[in-house]
Design a protein around this ligand. Structure first.
Ligand SMILES: Nc1nc2c(ncn2[C@@H]2O[C@H](COP(=O)(O)OP(=O)(O)OP(=O)(O)O)[C@@H](O)[C@H]2O)c(=O)[nH]1
Ligand SMILES: [Mg+2]
Length: 455
Protein backbone atom coordinates (compact mmCIF):
# COMPACT_ATOMS: atom_id res chain seq x y z
CA UNK A 1 0.00 0.00 0.00
CA UNK A 2 3.01 2.20 0.24
CA UNK A 3 2.48 3.88 -3.11
CA UNK A 4 -0.61 5.48 -1.66
CA UNK A 5 1.05 7.26 1.18
CA UNK A 6 2.09 10.84 0.89
CA UNK A 7 4.73 12.18 3.28
CA UNK A 8 6.16 15.62 3.78
CA UNK A 9 8.07 17.55 6.40
CA UNK A 10 7.37 21.10 7.40
CA UNK A 11 8.84 23.64 9.75
CA UNK A 12 6.37 25.32 12.07
CA UNK A 13 6.69 28.19 14.51
CA UNK A 14 4.05 29.81 16.66
CA UNK A 15 3.94 33.59 17.00
CA UNK A 16 6.21 35.19 19.57
CA UNK A 17 4.54 36.66 22.62
CA UNK A 18 4.40 40.44 22.82
CA UNK A 19 6.40 42.23 25.52
CA UNK A 20 4.84 43.40 28.75
CA UNK A 21 4.96 47.15 29.31
CA UNK A 22 6.75 49.10 32.02
CA UNK A 23 4.79 52.25 32.61
CA UNK A 24 3.48 54.48 35.43
CA UNK A 25 0.23 56.38 35.62
CA UNK A 26 0.65 60.05 34.85
CA UNK A 27 -1.66 62.52 36.47
CA UNK A 28 -1.48 66.25 36.75
CA UNK A 29 0.38 67.38 39.88
CA UNK A 30 1.30 63.78 40.75
CA UNK A 31 5.00 63.17 40.12
CA UNK A 32 4.73 59.41 39.66
CA UNK A 33 1.50 57.38 39.83
CA UNK A 34 1.18 53.61 40.32
CA UNK A 35 2.38 51.10 37.70
CA UNK A 36 0.02 50.68 34.74
CA UNK A 37 1.92 48.71 32.10
CA UNK A 38 -0.29 46.26 30.16
CA UNK A 39 0.60 42.67 29.26
CA UNK A 40 1.91 41.59 25.89
CA UNK A 41 -0.46 39.61 23.66
CA UNK A 42 -0.13 35.86 23.13
CA UNK A 43 1.40 34.68 19.87
CA UNK A 44 -0.84 32.67 17.54
CA UNK A 45 -0.62 28.86 17.40
CA UNK A 46 0.13 26.79 14.34
CA UNK A 47 -2.74 24.30 14.09
CA UNK A 48 -3.07 21.26 11.84
CA UNK A 49 -6.69 20.53 10.99
CA UNK A 50 -8.30 17.69 9.05
CA UNK A 51 -10.55 18.79 6.21
CA UNK A 52 -12.88 16.45 4.31
CA UNK A 53 -12.51 18.52 1.13
CA UNK A 54 -8.79 17.82 0.75
CA UNK A 55 -7.32 14.71 -0.81
CA UNK A 56 -3.57 15.29 -0.80
CA UNK A 57 -0.71 17.05 0.94
CA UNK A 58 0.21 18.90 -2.25
CA UNK A 59 0.01 22.28 -0.46
CA UNK A 60 3.05 21.32 1.60
CA UNK A 61 5.20 20.04 -1.25
CA UNK A 62 6.74 23.36 -2.13
CA UNK A 63 6.20 25.55 0.90
CA UNK A 64 7.87 24.31 4.04
CA UNK A 65 7.94 27.15 6.55
CA UNK A 66 4.86 28.24 8.42
CA UNK A 67 4.70 31.00 11.02
CA UNK A 68 1.76 32.19 13.09
CA UNK A 69 1.22 35.86 13.89
CA UNK A 70 3.02 37.43 16.85
CA UNK A 71 1.29 39.08 19.80
CA UNK A 72 1.63 42.84 20.05
CA UNK A 73 3.29 44.63 22.96
CA UNK A 74 1.44 45.86 26.00
CA UNK A 75 1.08 49.60 26.50
CA UNK A 76 0.56 52.13 29.26
CA UNK A 77 -2.82 52.72 30.93
CA UNK A 78 -3.10 48.95 31.39
CA UNK A 79 -3.68 48.37 27.70
CA UNK A 80 -2.85 44.75 26.87
CA UNK A 81 -1.38 43.77 23.52
CA UNK A 82 -3.46 41.94 20.92
CA UNK A 83 -3.17 38.15 20.61
CA UNK A 84 -1.73 36.84 17.34
CA UNK A 85 -4.05 34.94 14.97
CA UNK A 86 -3.70 31.16 14.80
CA UNK A 87 -2.36 29.81 11.54
CA UNK A 88 -4.52 26.87 10.44
CA UNK A 89 -2.95 24.36 8.08
CA UNK A 90 -5.53 22.07 6.48
CA UNK A 91 -4.72 18.46 5.70
CA UNK A 92 -6.77 15.55 4.36
CA UNK A 93 -8.51 13.20 6.75
CA UNK A 94 -6.28 10.26 7.61
CA UNK A 95 -3.20 12.39 8.18
CA UNK A 96 -0.78 11.33 10.89
CA UNK A 97 1.25 14.13 12.51
CA UNK A 98 4.64 13.32 14.01
CA UNK A 99 7.23 15.28 15.89
CA UNK A 100 10.79 15.10 14.61
CA UNK A 101 13.91 15.24 16.74
CA UNK A 102 15.40 18.72 16.22
CA UNK A 103 18.93 17.35 16.02
CA UNK A 104 18.63 14.10 14.12
CA UNK A 105 15.38 14.79 12.22
CA UNK A 106 14.26 11.33 13.21
CA UNK A 107 10.66 10.66 14.14
CA UNK A 108 10.23 11.01 17.92
CA UNK A 109 6.54 10.13 18.31
CA UNK A 110 3.09 10.50 16.81
CA UNK A 111 1.39 13.68 17.90
CA UNK A 112 -1.98 12.84 16.38
CA UNK A 113 -3.90 10.75 13.87
CA UNK A 114 -6.48 13.10 12.36
CA UNK A 115 -9.22 10.85 11.04
CA UNK A 116 -12.32 13.02 11.40
CA UNK A 117 -13.31 16.18 9.62
CA UNK A 118 -12.39 19.19 11.75
CA UNK A 119 -10.13 17.29 14.12
CA UNK A 120 -7.16 19.45 15.03
CA UNK A 121 -3.94 19.64 16.93
CA UNK A 122 -1.74 22.55 17.93
CA UNK A 123 1.73 21.68 16.66
CA UNK A 124 3.48 24.93 17.52
CA UNK A 125 2.03 26.93 20.39
CA UNK A 126 2.43 30.68 20.36
CA UNK A 127 4.58 32.30 23.05
CA UNK A 128 2.83 33.78 26.06
CA UNK A 129 2.85 37.52 26.37
CA UNK A 130 5.22 39.14 28.83
CA UNK A 131 3.56 40.56 31.94
CA UNK A 132 3.38 44.29 32.46
CA UNK A 133 4.89 45.91 35.52
CA UNK A 134 1.55 45.93 37.39
CA UNK A 135 2.18 42.22 38.08
CA UNK A 136 5.36 42.76 40.03
CA UNK A 137 4.03 44.90 42.83
CA UNK A 138 4.76 43.48 46.29
CA UNK A 139 4.39 44.99 49.76
CA UNK A 140 8.04 45.98 49.63
CA UNK A 141 8.13 47.02 45.98
CA UNK A 142 5.36 49.47 45.16
CA UNK A 143 6.83 50.74 41.92
CA UNK A 144 8.39 47.89 39.93
CA UNK A 145 10.42 49.46 37.17
CA UNK A 146 10.54 46.38 34.97
CA UNK A 147 8.31 44.19 32.87
CA UNK A 148 8.67 40.81 31.24
CA UNK A 149 9.61 40.34 27.62
CA UNK A 150 7.37 38.17 25.46
CA UNK A 151 8.03 34.44 25.25
CA UNK A 152 9.72 33.60 21.96
CA UNK A 153 7.86 30.75 20.25
CA UNK A 154 9.70 27.58 19.47
CA UNK A 155 10.25 26.41 15.94
CA UNK A 156 10.51 22.78 14.95
CA UNK A 157 9.97 20.26 12.21
CA UNK A 158 7.02 17.94 11.96
CA UNK A 159 6.16 15.18 9.56
CA UNK A 160 2.79 14.81 7.91
CA UNK A 161 1.80 11.49 6.47
CA UNK A 162 -1.43 11.00 4.64
CA UNK A 163 -2.72 7.48 4.86
CA UNK A 164 -5.17 6.91 2.12
CA UNK A 165 -8.51 5.86 3.50
CA UNK A 166 -10.80 4.01 1.16
CA UNK A 167 -14.12 5.63 0.28
CA UNK A 168 -15.64 2.30 -0.73
CA UNK A 169 -14.77 -1.33 -0.08
CA UNK A 170 -15.39 -4.27 -2.40
CA UNK A 171 -16.92 -6.97 -0.25
CA UNK A 172 -18.05 -10.45 -1.22
CA UNK A 173 -17.34 -14.17 -1.26
CA UNK A 174 -14.03 -15.45 -2.61
CA UNK A 175 -13.60 -15.58 -6.40
CA UNK A 176 -16.60 -13.37 -7.20
CA UNK A 177 -14.29 -10.99 -9.10
CA UNK A 178 -13.48 -8.23 -6.60
CA UNK A 179 -9.86 -7.96 -7.71
CA UNK A 180 -10.87 -8.16 -11.35
CA UNK A 181 -13.20 -5.22 -10.77
CA UNK A 182 -10.64 -2.99 -9.06
CA UNK A 183 -8.17 -3.80 -11.84
CA UNK A 184 -10.74 -2.64 -14.41
CA UNK A 185 -11.75 0.47 -12.49
CA UNK A 186 -8.32 1.74 -11.47
CA UNK A 187 -4.59 1.41 -12.07
CA UNK A 188 -4.30 -1.18 -9.30
CA UNK A 189 -2.88 -4.52 -10.46
CA UNK A 190 -3.82 -7.14 -7.87
CA UNK A 191 -3.42 -10.85 -8.40
CA UNK A 192 -6.42 -12.48 -10.06
CA UNK A 193 -6.97 -16.24 -10.13
CA UNK A 194 -9.72 -18.82 -10.20
CA UNK A 195 -9.16 -20.16 -6.71
CA UNK A 196 -10.53 -18.74 -3.45
CA UNK A 197 -8.46 -16.43 -1.23
CA UNK A 198 -6.25 -15.14 -4.00
CA UNK A 199 -6.22 -11.77 -2.32
CA UNK A 200 -4.52 -11.91 1.08
CA UNK A 201 -4.16 -8.25 1.98
CA UNK A 202 -6.31 -5.29 0.92
CA UNK A 203 -5.42 -3.46 -2.30
CA UNK A 204 -6.30 0.14 -2.89
CA UNK A 205 -7.09 1.76 -6.20
CA UNK A 206 -7.92 5.34 -7.14
CA UNK A 207 -10.93 5.46 -9.43
CA UNK A 208 -11.56 8.40 -11.74
CA UNK A 209 -14.93 8.68 -13.41
CA UNK A 210 -16.34 11.91 -14.81
CA UNK A 211 -15.47 14.58 -12.25
CA UNK A 212 -15.24 12.07 -9.46
CA UNK A 213 -12.14 10.65 -7.87
CA UNK A 214 -12.33 8.19 -5.02
CA UNK A 215 -10.47 5.32 -3.42
CA UNK A 216 -11.70 1.75 -3.52
CA UNK A 217 -10.34 -1.07 -1.38
CA UNK A 218 -10.34 -4.67 -2.59
CA UNK A 219 -10.41 -6.85 0.50
CA UNK A 220 -9.99 -10.62 0.85
CA UNK A 221 -13.12 -12.67 0.35
CA UNK A 222 -15.55 -13.31 3.19
CA UNK A 223 -17.19 -16.67 3.87
CA UNK A 224 -19.95 -17.87 6.12
CA UNK A 225 -18.69 -17.61 9.72
CA UNK A 226 -16.28 -14.77 8.91
CA UNK A 227 -17.59 -12.72 11.81
CA UNK A 228 -16.57 -15.54 14.18
CA UNK A 229 -13.14 -15.72 12.64
CA UNK A 230 -13.59 -18.26 9.81
CA UNK A 231 -11.49 -17.70 6.72
CA UNK A 232 -9.44 -14.56 6.38
CA UNK A 233 -12.25 -12.13 6.52
CA UNK A 234 -12.37 -11.27 10.19
CA UNK A 235 -9.32 -9.09 10.37
CA UNK A 236 -10.46 -7.25 7.27
CA UNK A 237 -13.91 -6.46 8.54
CA UNK A 238 -12.07 -3.93 10.65
CA UNK A 239 -10.98 -2.11 7.50
CA UNK A 240 -14.48 -2.10 6.15
CA UNK A 241 -15.58 -0.41 9.33
CA UNK A 242 -13.68 2.69 8.27
CA UNK A 243 -15.14 3.00 4.79
CA UNK A 244 -18.32 4.90 4.13
CA UNK A 245 -19.70 2.75 1.31
CA UNK A 246 -19.82 -1.00 0.72
CA UNK A 247 -19.73 -2.35 -2.83
CA UNK A 248 -21.20 -5.78 -2.34
CA UNK A 249 -20.03 -8.04 -5.21
CA UNK A 250 -21.84 -11.22 -6.17
CA UNK A 251 -20.89 -13.89 -8.71
CA UNK A 252 -24.11 -14.14 -10.67
CA UNK A 253 -23.01 -17.49 -12.15
CA UNK A 254 -22.55 -19.05 -8.70
CA UNK A 255 -18.98 -20.32 -9.28
CA UNK A 256 -17.93 -24.01 -9.30
CA UNK A 257 -20.32 -24.88 -6.53
CA UNK A 258 -23.18 -23.34 -8.48
CA UNK A 259 -24.25 -21.26 -5.54
CA UNK A 260 -27.44 -19.26 -5.52
CA UNK A 261 -26.73 -15.48 -5.89
CA UNK A 262 -29.61 -14.42 -3.64
CA UNK A 263 -28.43 -16.78 -0.94
CA UNK A 264 -24.85 -15.48 -1.24
CA UNK A 265 -26.13 -11.95 -0.94
CA UNK A 266 -27.96 -12.80 2.29
CA UNK A 267 -25.02 -14.73 3.79
CA UNK A 268 -22.59 -11.84 3.33
CA UNK A 269 -25.08 -9.37 4.76
CA UNK A 270 -25.66 -11.46 7.84
CA UNK A 271 -21.89 -11.80 8.33
CA UNK A 272 -21.58 -8.02 8.23
CA UNK A 273 -24.42 -7.66 10.71
CA UNK A 274 -22.93 -10.32 12.99
CA UNK A 275 -19.63 -8.49 13.03
CA UNK A 276 -21.14 -5.10 13.80
CA UNK A 277 -24.67 -3.88 13.42
CA UNK A 278 -23.28 -0.60 12.10
CA UNK A 279 -21.91 -2.48 9.08
CA UNK A 280 -25.33 -3.81 8.21
CA UNK A 281 -26.65 -0.26 8.11
CA UNK A 282 -23.74 1.08 6.10
CA UNK A 283 -24.79 2.34 2.64
CA UNK A 284 -24.42 -0.48 0.14
CA UNK A 285 -24.32 -0.77 -3.63
CA UNK A 286 -24.85 -4.29 -4.94
CA UNK A 287 -22.87 -5.41 -7.98
CA UNK A 288 -23.78 -8.58 -9.90
CA UNK A 289 -20.54 -9.58 -11.64
CA UNK A 290 -19.83 -12.03 -14.50
CA UNK A 291 -22.97 -11.01 -16.36
CA UNK A 292 -21.12 -11.85 -19.58
CA UNK A 293 -21.89 -15.50 -18.97
CA UNK A 294 -24.88 -16.92 -20.82
CA UNK A 295 -28.21 -17.84 -19.31
CA UNK A 296 -28.03 -15.36 -16.42
CA UNK A 297 -31.16 -13.32 -17.16
CA UNK A 298 -33.40 -15.05 -14.66
CA UNK A 299 -30.76 -14.98 -11.89
CA UNK A 300 -30.05 -11.28 -12.47
CA UNK A 301 -33.76 -10.48 -12.24
CA UNK A 302 -34.16 -12.46 -9.02
CA UNK A 303 -31.19 -10.86 -7.31
CA UNK A 304 -32.20 -7.41 -8.46
CA UNK A 305 -35.62 -7.85 -6.92
CA UNK A 306 -34.16 -8.93 -3.55
CA UNK A 307 -31.70 -6.03 -3.55
CA UNK A 308 -34.25 -3.35 -4.46
CA UNK A 309 -36.53 -4.69 -1.76
CA UNK A 310 -33.76 -3.97 0.74
CA UNK A 311 -33.52 -0.43 -0.60
CA UNK A 312 -30.07 -0.76 -2.18
CA UNK A 313 -28.96 0.25 -5.66
CA UNK A 314 -28.28 -2.60 -8.09
CA UNK A 315 -25.84 -2.88 -11.01
CA UNK A 316 -25.21 -5.74 -13.42
CA UNK A 317 -21.66 -5.71 -14.81
CA UNK A 318 -18.84 -7.78 -16.23
CA UNK A 319 -15.27 -7.23 -15.11
CA UNK A 320 -14.26 -9.36 -18.10
CA UNK A 321 -15.89 -7.32 -20.88
CA UNK A 322 -16.28 -4.05 -19.02
CA UNK A 323 -20.03 -4.00 -19.61
CA UNK A 324 -21.89 -1.75 -17.16
CA UNK A 325 -18.70 -0.57 -15.45
CA UNK A 326 -18.81 3.09 -16.49
CA UNK A 327 -22.34 3.44 -15.11
CA UNK A 328 -21.29 1.74 -11.89
CA UNK A 329 -18.20 3.95 -11.48
CA UNK A 330 -20.22 7.13 -11.92
CA UNK A 331 -22.90 5.95 -9.50
CA UNK A 332 -20.30 5.10 -6.85
CA UNK A 333 -18.62 8.50 -7.41
CA UNK A 334 -21.91 10.28 -6.87
CA UNK A 335 -22.65 8.29 -3.75
CA UNK A 336 -19.17 8.84 -2.31
CA UNK A 337 -19.40 12.60 -2.90
CA UNK A 338 -22.76 12.62 -1.11
CA UNK A 339 -21.40 10.63 1.83
CA UNK A 340 -18.40 12.94 2.13
CA UNK A 341 -20.68 15.94 2.30
CA UNK A 342 -22.79 14.30 5.00
CA UNK A 343 -19.69 13.38 6.93
CA UNK A 344 -18.41 16.94 6.83
CA UNK A 345 -21.73 18.15 8.23
CA UNK A 346 -22.30 15.62 10.97
CA UNK A 347 -18.88 14.41 11.98
CA UNK A 348 -17.89 15.70 15.37
CA UNK A 349 -14.20 15.88 16.13
CA UNK A 350 -13.78 13.12 18.65
CA UNK A 351 -10.54 14.00 20.28
CA UNK A 352 -8.55 17.06 21.05
CA UNK A 353 -4.98 15.95 20.66
CA UNK A 354 -3.61 19.32 21.68
CA UNK A 355 -4.06 18.67 25.36
CA UNK A 356 -1.95 15.54 25.45
CA UNK A 357 0.73 17.22 23.41
CA UNK A 358 0.64 20.31 25.58
CA UNK A 359 1.07 18.22 28.74
CA UNK A 360 4.07 16.53 27.23
CA UNK A 361 5.54 19.89 26.30
CA UNK A 362 5.06 21.29 29.81
CA UNK A 363 6.71 18.25 31.27
CA UNK A 364 9.71 18.79 29.04
CA UNK A 365 9.69 22.50 29.86
CA UNK A 366 10.09 21.90 33.56
CA UNK A 367 13.08 19.65 33.25
CA UNK A 368 16.55 21.08 33.44
CA UNK A 369 20.04 19.82 33.85
CA UNK A 370 23.24 21.19 35.39
CA UNK A 371 26.56 20.31 33.77
CA UNK A 372 30.09 21.42 34.56
CA UNK A 373 31.68 23.23 31.64
CA UNK A 374 35.07 23.84 33.23
CA UNK A 375 36.56 24.67 36.60
CA UNK A 376 34.08 26.95 38.37
CA UNK A 377 31.82 27.12 35.29
CA UNK A 378 28.34 25.57 35.22
CA UNK A 379 25.71 25.40 32.54
CA UNK A 380 21.99 25.04 33.24
CA UNK A 381 20.08 23.54 30.28
CA UNK A 382 16.33 23.26 29.88
CA UNK A 383 13.62 24.88 27.78
CA UNK A 384 11.75 26.47 30.68
CA UNK A 385 14.84 27.84 32.37
CA UNK A 386 16.24 29.19 29.13
CA UNK A 387 12.94 30.84 28.36
CA UNK A 388 12.89 32.68 31.67
CA UNK A 389 16.28 34.16 30.76
CA UNK A 390 15.19 35.19 27.30
CA UNK A 391 12.11 36.90 28.75
CA UNK A 392 14.25 38.94 31.10
CA UNK A 393 15.38 42.46 30.34
CA UNK A 394 19.05 42.15 31.28
CA UNK A 395 19.63 45.89 31.13
CA UNK A 396 17.31 46.25 34.07
CA UNK A 397 18.74 45.33 37.45
CA UNK A 398 15.38 44.81 39.11
CA UNK A 399 14.36 42.41 36.36
CA UNK A 400 17.56 40.42 36.83
CA UNK A 401 17.02 40.14 40.57
CA UNK A 402 13.49 38.95 39.93
CA UNK A 403 14.84 36.32 37.54
CA UNK A 404 17.23 35.07 40.19
CA UNK A 405 14.35 34.64 42.62
CA UNK A 406 12.41 32.67 40.03
CA UNK A 407 15.32 30.41 39.21
CA UNK A 408 15.75 29.74 42.86
CA UNK A 409 12.10 28.93 43.29
CA UNK A 410 12.04 26.30 40.55
CA UNK A 411 15.05 24.61 42.13
CA UNK A 412 17.96 25.81 40.03
CA UNK A 413 19.94 27.04 43.07
CA UNK A 414 19.47 23.75 44.80
CA UNK A 415 20.56 21.79 41.73
CA UNK A 416 23.64 24.00 41.33
CA UNK A 417 24.54 23.48 44.96
CA UNK A 418 24.06 19.72 44.64
CA UNK A 419 26.32 19.69 41.60
CA UNK A 420 29.06 21.44 43.64
CA UNK A 421 28.66 25.03 42.52
CA UNK A 422 30.03 27.59 44.97
CA UNK A 423 29.52 31.30 45.47
CA UNK A 424 31.53 33.19 42.89
CA UNK A 425 31.33 30.46 40.24
CA UNK A 426 30.10 31.32 36.79
CA UNK A 427 26.63 30.11 35.78
CA UNK A 428 25.67 29.99 32.12
CA UNK A 429 22.17 29.71 30.76
CA UNK A 430 21.63 29.85 27.01
CA UNK A 431 23.72 32.86 25.85
CA UNK A 432 23.81 34.53 29.28
CA UNK A 433 26.27 34.21 32.10
CA UNK A 434 26.31 35.49 35.67
CA UNK A 435 28.00 34.93 39.02
CA UNK A 436 26.44 32.52 41.48
CA UNK A 437 25.72 34.19 44.80
CA UNK A 438 24.58 31.22 46.85
CA UNK A 439 21.08 29.92 47.42
CA UNK A 440 18.40 32.55 47.90
CA UNK A 441 16.63 31.85 51.20
CA UNK A 442 13.87 34.41 51.54
CA UNK A 443 11.96 34.41 48.31
CA UNK A 444 9.18 32.07 49.22
CA UNK A 445 6.61 34.35 50.74
CA UNK A 446 7.27 37.20 48.39
CA UNK A 447 6.59 35.56 45.02
CA UNK A 448 3.44 33.54 44.80
CA UNK A 449 2.59 33.95 41.19
CA UNK A 450 5.16 31.73 39.61
CA UNK A 451 3.59 29.27 37.21
CA UNK A 452 6.75 27.26 36.69
CA UNK A 453 7.24 26.61 40.38
CA UNK A 454 5.61 24.21 42.76
CA UNK A 455 5.46 21.05 40.62
N1 LIG B 1 -16.47 -14.73 -16.94
C1 LIG B 1 -16.02 -13.87 -16.02
N2 LIG B 1 -15.05 -14.22 -15.17
C2 LIG B 1 -14.61 -13.30 -14.26
C3 LIG B 1 -15.18 -12.02 -14.19
N3 LIG B 1 -14.57 -11.35 -13.17
C4 LIG B 1 -13.68 -12.21 -12.65
N4 LIG B 1 -13.69 -13.39 -13.30
C5 LIG B 1 -12.85 -14.56 -12.97
O1 LIG B 1 -13.15 -15.02 -11.66
C6 LIG B 1 -11.98 -15.52 -11.01
C7 LIG B 1 -11.77 -14.84 -9.67
O2 LIG B 1 -11.49 -13.46 -9.87
P1 LIG B 1 -10.79 -12.55 -8.78
O3 LIG B 1 -10.87 -11.17 -9.31
O4 LIG B 1 -9.48 -13.10 -8.42
O5 LIG B 1 -11.83 -12.76 -7.60
P2 LIG B 1 -11.75 -12.19 -6.10
O6 LIG B 1 -13.15 -11.86 -5.72
O7 LIG B 1 -10.77 -11.11 -6.04
O8 LIG B 1 -11.27 -13.47 -5.30
P3 LIG B 1 -10.51 -13.56 -3.88
O9 LIG B 1 -9.42 -12.57 -3.90
O10 LIG B 1 -10.01 -14.95 -3.82
O11 LIG B 1 -11.54 -13.28 -2.85
C8 LIG B 1 -10.84 -15.29 -11.98
O12 LIG B 1 -10.58 -16.48 -12.68
C9 LIG B 1 -11.38 -14.24 -12.92
O13 LIG B 1 -10.81 -14.29 -14.20
C10 LIG B 1 -16.23 -11.69 -15.12
O14 LIG B 1 -16.79 -10.59 -15.13
N5 LIG B 1 -16.61 -12.65 -16.01
MG1 LIG C 1 -9.11 -10.95 -4.95
Amino acid sequence: MSQFTDICRINVKGGDGGAGCMSFRREAYVPKGGPDGGDGGRGGNVVIQADAQLSSLIDYRFKHHFRAERGTHGQGSRRDGKNGEDLILKVPMGTVVRELDPDTQEVMFDIADLTHDGERVIVAPGGTGGRGNTHFVTPTRRAPAFAEKGEPAEEHWIELEMKLMADAALVGMPSVGKSSLIARMSAARPKIADYPFTTLVPNLGVVRAGDYSYVVADVPGLIEGAAEGRGLGHQFLRHIERTALIMHVIDIAGGFEDRDPVEDYRIINSELAAYASALAERPQIVVANKCDMSGMTERVARLKEAVLEDGHEFFAVSALTGAGLQTLMLAVGERVAELRRELAETDEPTEDFSELWERRRHQRDRQFQVVGEGPGIWRVMGTGVERLCVQTDWENEEAVIYLQHRLSRIGVDKALEDAGCEAGDEVRISGYSFAYEGADENVYEEYEDDELAGE
